[in-house]
Design a protein. Sequence first.
Length: 170
Amino acid sequence: MPGYVVREARRSDARDMLDFARRLFEEPGLDLPASPGEFQLTVEDEEAVIADHAERPNAVFLLALDARGQIVGLLNCHGSSLRALRHSCEMGVSVAKGQRGQGVGSALLTAMTQWARLSGVRRIELKVYARNEGAIRLYRRFGFEVEGRRRRAVYQDGEFVDDLLMALLV
């Protein structure tokens, strides 16, 4: 299994992160709720997102880089500013086509769970398409459990898709 460097995103990564995200959203049949052309963030918008994550004690934006220093995965984990909800974050992860099943997601989730333990985050939530068996297996390996199903949560490519609510208690 190839090794990956996982580190926090920096403002200087914004353009490369946007290029990575745009390539993802252009993939046909990808289990993300945006369609090609709907992803419209600017470099300045992405820099602001990165800065917001860096300022919050209950947020982290992680990148997985290959041996050439290219982004092959992203993980975004962001919590509320409300005291009653600060212990909880919502997470999303994406891995580049051709890199899936190669350990990128595991590297990102390992770094995220270590960060959560150190930061005081005690609950990490995510939504995943019910048909995305590979992602669900990965999340279960890390201890995530299904807490619910949102029926017809997404309408994409002419069909309704359910998603699962999963959570990890840290």
